[in-house]
Design a protein around this ligand. Structure first.
Ligand SMILES: [Zn+2]
Length: 179
């Protein structure tokens, strides 16, 4: 039986939410997770969550981490033929990385400004659509928004509760030393 694309996206997003919630038991709980699938074979190529705090690296967002894992694994710069999933609408840095990586599509759950920004202050309100509309590559990156959005919203809320219970400050604490 062939599974319709939207159901396939929903299944993969639910798996990603489970994967991302594993970070809640770590030193730096994060609701931002990303996975990359081969669109033809259905194989999971990479999974990652954000490691900004762990690595003291403001560029280590989940999507960038997943792209790095996938290109390293495949030893190819292009991820043409692959789909990236993210629990949240990609920021301009991550969407640019998706375009550079030539991903076929980006599927995301929560919205940046309406959802994520309630818990994690966002540095930009430029939408991934604005960036993808200006991509100059022959094949552009399709955007599929709000897949399992409610589940991703719950992930953000749950992460906030975990952080509050443990007395963790909201990142990024940009002016403070992480040491
Ligand atoms: Zn990002």
């Amino acid at each position: 039986m062939v599974i319709p694309a939207d159901e396939r996206h929903a299944v993969r997003m639910r798996l990603l939410v489970d994967y991302t919630s594993q970070s809640f038991g770590s030193e730096h709980p994060s609701p931002f997770g990303s996975s990359i699938y081969d669109a033809t074979t259905g194989e999971v190529v990479a999974e990652a969550y954000d490691t900004v705090m762990r690595g003291c690296d403001p560029t280590s967002h989940a999507e960038v981490n997943a792209i790095r894992k996938a290109t390293t694994k495949r030893q190819r710069l292009s991820l043409r033929g692959c789909i990236l999933y993210s629990t949240c609408e990609p920021c301009p840095m991550c969407m640019s990385a998706c375009i550079w990586a030539e991903l076929d599509a980006v599927v995301y759950g929560a919205s940046t400004m309406e959802d994520a920004n309630r818990y994690w202050p966002q540095s930009s309100d430029m939408t991934p659509r604005e960036l993808s509309d200006r991509a100059r590559l022959a094949l552009s990156c399709e955007l599929i928004p709000h897949v399992e959005r409610g589940l991703c919203q719950q992930l953000f809320l749950h992460c906030d509760q975990v952080r509050a219970k443990r007395g963790l400050q909201l990142p990024p604490n940009r002016g403070q030393s992480l040491a």
